[in-house]
Design a protein around this ligand. Sequence first.
Ligand code: XMP
Length: 435
Amino acid sequence: MKQDMIVILDLGSHENTVVARAIRSLGVYSEIYPHDITATELKALPNVKGVIINGGPNNVIDGVAIDVLPEIYEAGFPVIAAGHDKALCEVKLPEFDNNEEAIKEAVKGFVFETCKAEANWNMKNFVADQIELVRRQVGDKKVLLALSGGVDSSVVAALLHKAIGNNLYCVHVNHGLMRKGESEDVVEVFKNQLKANLIYIDATERFLSKLENVADPEEKRKIIGGEFIRVFEEEARKLDGIEFLGQGTIYPDIVESGTKTAKCVKSHHNVGGLPKDLQFALVEPLRQLFKDEVRACGLELGLPHAMVFRQPFPGPGLGVRCLGAITRDRLEAVRESDAILREEFAKAGLDTKVWQYFTLVPDFKSVGVRDNARSFDWPVIIRAVNTIDAMTASIEHIDWAVLDKITARILKEVPCVNRVCYDLSPKPNATIEWE
Ligand code: XMP
């Protein structure tokens, strides 16, 4: 790795990632390390140019004050402290205010003048470095990758394909709960355009029959997750000589899994749960990237814009949006109404503005009228939310004209639907998904 690095030592500040992001946006690579890193460990990291000790309000944790080891100040790197009062520090920064621009201004002098770091962090260099590292790690061995079509797995697939070509085996499991056109896009981009080894499994029947009459949301999730692993495992066993498993782990997954001082937000699991006797070493070339950097990496690798800027989509897919026990006709109503919503959002320029938007169909009917006769059909519910981290969310205030148009199209084009509703609930008390 050629790029210079500024190390952030984590004293429990909520802003570690904002500081890391701010430094990276100055063109200098930055990573977060635990507060108790030793001087030897610090010196072993590649191209460290300086250290920021970032202690926020949490640096008294569970009644115990925590600090970096005194030897860090003697390790031979410029050291700066932010957000806490330490007489030892060379320079003291004002408490950060979680604003990336302000942080950039505050650290600029330290990064470039004190540390003499070079602005050599960019996607071109990152991709070149990772290709080199993957080749070194994998050699002429084979790598298996579960390619869901989500941003992270798609970018990993493109990167690994560039690095090792046909030694990459991508498996795309279509569980029948994908959005309209999604599996087709995966096949088109990876098999037809990039000519990657793509094993496409249409497991729709298998998933839907397992899910028949299952109404409990947790039970549905368990069945979908478990079945996914079984299908993937069956394919893995058919392939000979696979030694590595590619994973779309990204930096927030690692940071959110809980550093020593940060509260654990959520435990990270990707293809966790593979049977113990299927033993692979992991290849995780995106593990240093924030989400927007993953997207930039995807663009650098030539992936289509729509794939790189795809909105978040839950693993259980439309299964958690076809509420209660899934039926095929209601699942189609979710898929078709979702496609209409996405199309109209794109036309109105809302696709780049709204964080997540989708439709769902509950498992009850209401009375309506169609062609002068009584109807008894399902409602479609539209949900459109904005959020920074998916922990809280607010609803998007959509123009009535846009909603009118979407409603008219859904009522006209989607069979067995006679009402369209808009979900006004923020998170909390609601969650983003309904199940
Ligand atoms: P909730 O409904 O918990 O959703 O407010 C927060 C975000 O997470 C997504 N989500 C999932 N993503 N697997 C995923 O990969 C899942 O099982 C899952 N469940 C929810 C949801 O779409 C939203 O973006």
